[in-house]
Write a protein that binds this ligand. Structure first.
Ligand code: SAM
Ligand code: SF4
Ligand code: SF4
Length: 370
């Protein structure tokens, strides 16, 4: 197995009483939001073609030389940690397609400033990789599961891999991750009749389900307002089956609102489309070719790879990130909401046409990392 050398070229002198190094500074954006979590996309490739994310068969891919090495990712992640990031989520594309991902996991997990190291995956390759990733230090896993019906899965993803995903969820549970979550994008006319069944599946699998409103992100070129099932509607459907859902206290800046049902079962709703949570958003995004985005909806990003490969030192990279974050005024989902919400149709259509995405692949959800 390959191992990485130390990544803390930006090690900090100050140490908190519990022994964990403190962040260098508490960088706030223009609305006072700190930077606390970083989504790291490790590949733009995917082995599925979900209709809400990659509805085309072929895409423009990033060049091989553009892709950051694990060492480069670790250096950039370290720079973010210097500024206060203590939660990392590995994503993609499909992150499990990146070879020897456990090496990166081991390196990120070794940084004492990283409090939470999680992965979002479609689960297809988990049966093979769950144990290795857990051993390498991965803390949590979220698996995307939109349907319990193989024929629907095939229609949605255009790949016959439903059984592997279900096996992958079992493998993640057996590997002993701290918390297992299932992400379900709810789409009217596709899976909105499966909400309770998915909760029951989650109960049996030892996983908490998070229902995600269908978002008009880049890549969702078939998005339409009338296919969005709102948080209010999701709650109404579940309450009809289970009784009143009680809201649980908010976990800081976590995107999901969590609820508990009368029988004790908990679940989450991520209402990015009808009730966005930009006001507390502390998430930064790093693409697999080193672009830093301030928001899921941001049109442009900052090219950290160019800085890194151009020989910039640790301080310079950190200053560039901090400078961009301080100037941040992004509230992408709120801006989209202002265009019209379900039941209040306005101007809101797809974010980008496919031609725009082909011109700038960084606008794709699968490049940017969901
Ligand atoms: N391939 C991995 C997966 O599917 O879990 C990780 C990357 S994927 C882009 C991350 C998350 O974004 C998934 O849970 C996926 O369901 C979600 N997602 C993608 N497109 C979406 C959309 N249009 N609306 C809401 N969620 C979306
Ligand atoms: Fe589906 Fe994730 Fe692949 Fe997008 S990146 S097509 S959501 S599996
Ligand atoms: Fe954060 Fe942008 Fe998402 Fe709002 S839309 S929650 S600012 S990433």
């Amino acid at each position: 197995m390959i191992t990485l050398g130390t990544t803390s070229g930006m090690a900090l002198g100050r140490t908190a009483p519990n022994g964990v190094p403190r962040a260098a500074s508490d960088v706030r954006d223009a609305f006072g939001r700190p930077v606390r979590s970083l989504r790291i996309s490790v590949t733009d490739k995917c082995n599925l073609r979900c209709g809400y994310c990659m509805p085309e068969e072929d895409y423009v891919w990033l060049g091989r030389q553009e892709i950051l090495s694990f060492e480069e990712i670790a250096v950039l992640a370290g720079a973010f940690s210097d500024l206060g990031v203590d939660r990392l989520r590995i994503t993609g594309g499909e992150p499990l397609l990146r070879r020897e991902l456990e090496v990166l996991v081991g390196s990120l997990a070794a940084d004492p400033r990283v409090r939470d190291l999680a992965l979002t995956t479609n689960g297809v390759l988990l049966p093979r990789l769950a144990g290795r990733l857990r051993e390498a230090g991965l803390g949590r896993v979220t698996v995307s599961l939109d349907t319990l019906r193989p024929e629907r899965f095939l229609a949605l993803t255009r790949r016959d891999a439903h059984a592997e995903v279900l096996r992958g969820i079992g493998a993640a549970r057996d590997a002993g991750f701290e918390r297992l979550k299932l992400n379900t994008v709810v789409i009217r006319g596709f899976n909105d009749d499966e909400l309770g069944d998915l909760l029951e599946f989650g109960r049996r699998a030892g996983a908490e389900v998070r229902f995600i409103e269908y978002m008009d992100v880049g890549g969702a070129t078939r998005w339409a307002l009338d296919r969005v099932v709102s948080r209010a509607e999701i709650l109404r459907v579940l309450e009809e089956r289970y009784g009143a859902a009680v809201a649980l206290p908010n976990e800081g800046s976590a995107p999901a609102d969590r609820f508990v049902l009368p029988d004790g079962l908990t679940f989450g709703i991520v209402s990015s489309t009808t009730a966005p949570f930009c006001g507390t958003c502390d998430r930064a995004r790093l693409t697999t070719d080193g672009m830093f985005f301030l928001c899921l909806y941001a049109r442009d990003g900052l090219d950290l790879k160019r800085l890194l490969r151009g020989g910039a030192g640790a301080g310079e990279i950190r200053d560039a990130i901090a400078g961009a974050w301080r100037a941040r005024t992004d509230r992408g989902a709120e801006d989209r909401l202002a265009l019209g919400a379900p039941g209040r149709p306005g101007e809101r259509g797809v974010l980008y046409a496919i031609e725009d995405l082909r011109r700038d692949v960084h606008r794709e959800m699968h490049t940017r990392g969901g």
